[in-house]
Design a protein around this ligand. Structure first.
Ligand code: ATP
Ligand code: MG
Length: 354
């Protein structure tokens, strides 16, 4: 299928989904470019799988349209779309070897028998499983089975690969390994990926762009860096990484804008300051590090959580609290009750709209 539009490869226009009276997906518009690693990220129940199933054709949206390569595919059945899906449970056929599993979709599509072995070998090679081609699923680990499931999904060379929490059943170490496998695979084969996850670390490390969702609504669509440094609202600020959300009142006095929140009084850099702002834990410096910051204040340590490479320190500012994250040190740890000086810079304060 040629991309007639020269626009984005995949385009969702005001797509919505209601189950009875329950609105699982509010009208949502998303465009995905050819070759992009695109993620849908959000907490359980926010509508990620619903969106993916609409792209795959397993669900018909209640409203809106889906275009692939310039063609309206809103009502095209899944097997007539140039997409393929990998689910969390790999669902390989248990009585077939890895190679037979990968060959299966080609046989179904009546690809000439003479072409099949080479394509199967290529796909299994792409997921670095050549040595396992003759194994049965029960003779492989979960991670290995998932790689074979990936090979089976790419062997038909879909234009868009849809992945619904494909690493969800794997343990942490294996998940991290598989993230590298996926990123390399995607670069190598150049297929557009739409990846669903509730794990922000996974989304941040792999994606070109991320659509953050909550309650059936798109909250922000941006690059990992922009989501991290320029969250659009409090939901994104608290869901991506760790942020303090400072809310209070804004007073303008003699041309100066001051945000007051509990004991904290922050002179804002401009008049347009909003009464709410996000401040990343790691943007707050403690002790000598705080010297020279735009805002410096005294506080008491409420508690300090040792996290290995860092320490999460809750600061009591005489009523209000802020959490700071500092690199952990072998010596000189802070303890609850300790008075400390802390500070941050204006540029790390992100005004929030809601
Ligand atoms: N067939 C259905 N009938 C009724 N409600 C449904 C149906 N499918 C999904 N829902 C509801 O729609 C909402 C969104 O579901 P969806 O599966 O898209 O969430 P999700 O973001 O994928 O969550 P998770 O991370 O838990 O997989 C949920 O509240 C869910 O209960
Ligand atoms: Mg889901």
């Amino acid at each position: 299928m040629l991309n007639k539009s020269n626009g984005p490869l995949l385009r969702l226009d005001q797509v919505s989904k209601a189950y009875g009276s329950y609105q699982a997906l509010q009208p949502t518009s998303i465009s995905v470019d050819e070759g992009e690693f695109f993620s849908l990220l959000g907490p359980s129940g926010c509508g990620k799988t619903t969106t993916l199933r609409i792209i795959a054709g397993f669900e018909v949206p209640s409203g809106g349209t889906v275009h692939l390569g310039g063609h309206d595919i809103t009502r095209t059945p899944p097997n007539h779309r140039d997409t393929n899906t990998v689910f969390q449970s790999y669902a390989l056929f248990p009585h077939m070897t890895a190679a037979e599993n990968v060959a299966y979709p080609l046989k179904m599509r009546k690809v000439p028998a003479s072409e099949i072995p080479a394509r199967v070998t290529e796909a299994i090679g792409q997921v670095e499983m050549s040595k396992f081609a003759e194994r049965l699923p029960h003779e492989m680990s979960g991670g290995q089975r998932q790689r074979i499931a990936l090979a089976r999904a790419i062997v038909g060379r879909p234009r868009v690969l849809l992945l619904d929490e494909p690493l969800g059943a794997l343990d942490l170490k294996l998940r991290e390994q598989m993230q590298h496998v996926l990123v390399h695979l995607q670069r190598k084969i150049g297929i557009t990926f739409v990846y669903v996850t509730h794990d922000q670390g996974e989304a941040l490390s792999m994606s070109d762009r991320i659509a953050v969702m909550s309650g059936g609504r798109l909250q922000q669509l941006a690059t990992p860096r922009d989501l991290y440094y320029q969250p659009a609202n409090s939901f994104v600020a608290s869901f991506i990484g760790k942020s303090n959300v400072i809310s209070g009142t804004v007073e303008t006095n003699a041309g100066r804008t001051v945000l007051r929140s509990g004991a904290l009084s922050i002179q804002m850099p401009d008049r347009a300051a909003k009464p709410k702002a996000a401040l990343r834990y790691e943007a707050i410096a403690i002790g000598p590090e705080s010297e020279g910051r735009d805002v410096v204040f005294d506080a008491n340590v409420d508690d300090a959580l040792f996290l290995g490479n860092s320490v999460e320190i809750t600061l009591d500012l005489g009523g209000s609290r802020l959490v700071a994250m500092a690199p952990s040190q072998r010596d000189g740890q802070v303890r609850p009750g300790d008075p400390v000086r802390a500070g941050f810079n204006f540029r790390d304060l992100v005004p929030l709209d809601d």
